[in-house]
Design a protein around this ligand. Structure first.
Ligand code: SF4
Ligand code: SF4
Length: 243
């Protein structure tokens, strides 16, 4: 559900990646709330409760902020799994990823763990990204590779448009969207800073060849160790298949 602002490439040294994310955060701060509010108002999106966004078939995985992970742990810890696409793999074959995602059910659509009969069974406690979707405010490449701000996810692929939304509501949505994007970037930066220190302290380094070998082994069913960054520390998991 969330595509990182900057394409994360393990070969790019960590300090450069931190600088790039801080720059993205500065760009986000500079983006006027009113501009986003106007776009929200012009598009006039209305949800039709089709629940497509709660499936991996439509939206990929649901990445969780630390504050969401704390909530999931009180509801059902089994709903957590390491987010797919770990950023690093050390020379010993251990993966590192910046956070958790919501587990999917074992159905064809990859329905969210909490989706039941087309409805969210924890709707009042749903997570940060679930609350702002389909609004977003980050830069990503389109099909032609051109990087620009995106404000609505899956435009024209779900919901209804051209509905009246009050100015106040648009401004609230815009603020909440900016707040989410900032929290996401803050978590990513915190992860990279932590990894920089952790790798240095434990004499570890990212090795792309080991990463690729381990991914191949995982696809054949060999379990791998994934360390998940959560609330300022790493939590260890054994993973037997790709998320
Ligand atoms: S937690 Fe609820 S709203 Fe969020 S993806 Fe899952 S079913 Fe959908
Ligand atoms: S946000 Fe879009 S995809 Fe999700 S339930 Fe509403 S209309 Fe369907």
């Amino acid at each position: 559900m969330h595509t990182p602002v900057v394409v994360v490439v393990s070969l790019v040294p960590i300090p450069y990646r931190i600088v790039a994310l801080v720059q993205e955060q500065n760009n986000l701060f500079a983006y006027p709330v009113d501009r986003l509010a106007n776009i929200i108002r012009e598009i006039g999106f209305r949800c039709t409760c089709c629940a497509k966004c709660c499936t991996r078939a439509f939206n990929g995985h649901v990445f969780l902020l630390d504050r969401d992970v704390a909530v999931v742990k009180t509801i059902d810890p089994a709903a957590l799994e390491p987010a797919p696409g770990p950023e690093f793999c050390d020379q010993h074959g251990t993966f590192y990823v910046s956070g958790y995602a919501l587990r999917a059910q074992d159905d064809d659509a990859g329905s969210c763990w909490f989706l039941e009969n087309g409805r969210c069974r924890i709707y009042d406690r749903r997570f940060s990204i679930c609350r702002i979707y389909p609004y977003m405010l980050h830069r990503e490449a389109d099909a032609q590779g051109s990087v620009d701000w995106r404000q609505i996810s899956g435009l024209d692929k779900h919901g209804e448009y051209n509905h009246e939304i009050s100015e106040d509501e648009c401004r609230i949505l815009a603020r909440e969207t900016k707040e989410y994007e900032n929290a996401f970037l803050t978590q990513e930066i915190s992860f990279l800073e932590f990894m920089q220190d952790y790798f240095s302290l434990h004499r570890l380094r990212h090795v792309q060849k080991v990463y690729d070998d381990r991914v191949r082994q995982l696809k054949k069913g060999t379990p791998v160790t994934v360390m998940v960054y959560s609330d300022g520390q790493l939590e260890e998991h054994r993973v037997t298949r790709e998320g």
